[in-house]
Design a protein around this ligand. Structure first.
Ligand code: SF4
Length: 357
């Protein structure tokens, strides 16, 4: 069971030693050069009753986000088809809800989930709090993964969100796991928390049993009109150190670079990959905030000798069926298709949001 002092000892190592340890953990458990490529779609945007201080979708903040109703299944499926044709292997859908409510809208989401699954894509949803029964319905519909971020440490949480508790978050993660869904949970760096707050969040995640399958690490993009507007972007070396500790504490997880990548240099992103990050969201827009354009991402990956991770191969590695270095890559994505898939709708939150990351 990792604890704060162990995490802090790792974090404070000389950077080259920390990255060496992160690479050792990474190469023992993951395709060493594989990067999971995900696409993210906001299927219901804005007017969220929660008051997350980082989020432009909250009804409590006056931001540029205009509320949009839940998208029709057929519209979402058209985008999912384009994403698939473009080479995406996982399709993530986010709705800015406090919690899932049974009824027509949830039925529509379930229908959409089934449709996306039938296309042969991995399906991830992020819809706010869910009960175990609702999580089971998602699983039965074909959902593979549920995203629900812890956001920050328990101690810092009430400075960021007052409309729900840390234990609410943990309860949803437990419901999701009991329903047999994979868990995707991470947080946001740069919201005024201390280094220990960041590490406490990672320790909390690492002590979940089993550990999350995916851990998104977001860098706050301070959006005008939110209470966190004007905050300085997180120091890149601190961010890299946080990624490295996440990799060491959770060696089997996909550690995902999410919000904030558009503000990072190629060199910072390269350091994140060295520190063990192996998943990114592709696209020009990450919900409501910017994301590097797809060609830039592909170009950087090629310059670094990285390749798209094949989800089936990654599973074989995790089951111990093949050596990590024997994993075969997925094909390179087709940029035009992926860009087209993201043109419709899809402007939502922050990339750090637990319901619509
Ligand atoms: S982060 Fe999610 S729960 Fe929080 S206000 Fe934004 S959409 Fe709502």
């Amino acid at each position: 069971m990792p604890n704060l002092s162990e995490a802090r000892a790792l974090y404070d190592l000389p950077l080259n030693t920390l990255i060496f340890k992160a690479q050792q953990a990474h190469q023992a458990q993951q395709d060493p050069a594989g990067i999971q490529l995900c696409t993210l779609k906001s299927i219901k945007t804005g007017a969220c009753p929660e008051d997350c201080a980082y989020c432009p979708q909250s009804v409590h903040h006056n931001t540029f986000v205009e509320a949009e109703a839940l998208m029709e299944t057929e519209t979402i499926l058209a985008d999912a088809r384009r994403a698939k044709a473009g080479g995406a292997t996982r399709f993530c859908m986010g709705a800015a809800w406090r919690r899932v409510a049974d009824g027509k809208q949830f039925d529509s989401v379930l229908n959409t989930v089934s449709g996306v699954k039938e296309l042969g894509l991995e399906v991830c949803c992020t819809l706010g709090m869910v009960s175990e029964a609702q999580a089971k319905r998602l699983k039965e519909a074909g959902c593979d993964v549920y995203n629900h971020n812890l956001d920050t440490s328990r101690e810092h949480y009430s400075k960021i969100i007052t409309t729900r508790t840390y234990d609410d978050r943990l309860q949803t993660l437990s419901n999701v796991r009991k329903a047999g869904l994979e868990v995707c949970s991470g947080g946001i760096i740069g919201m005024g928390e201390t280094v220990d707050d960041r590490l406490k969040m990672l320790v909390e995640l690492a002590n979940l049993d089993p550990q999350p399958d995916s851990v998104p690490i977001n860098a706050l993009v301070a959006v005008e009109g939110t209470p966190l507007a004007g905050r300085r972007f997180v120091d890149s070396i601190e961010f890299v150190r946080t990624v490295a500790v996440a990799r060491i504490l959770m060696p089997k997880a996909m550690v995902r670079l999410s919000a904030g990548r558009a503000n990072m240099s190629d060199e910072t992103q390269a350091l994140c990959y060295l520190a063990g990050a192996n998943s990114i969201f592709l696209g020009e827009k990450l919900l409501t905030t910017g994301n590097p354009d797809i060609e830039e991402d592909m170009n950087l990956m090629k310059r670094l000798g990285l390749h798209p991770l094949h989800p089936d191969e990654a599973r074989r590695v995790h089951r111990g069926e093949i050596e990590p270095s024997a994993a075969q890559p997925a094909p390179w994505p087709k940029v035009e298709e992926l860009v087209a898939a993201q043109k419709e709708g899809g402007s939502c939150s922050e990339g750090g949001c637990g319901c619509s990351a």
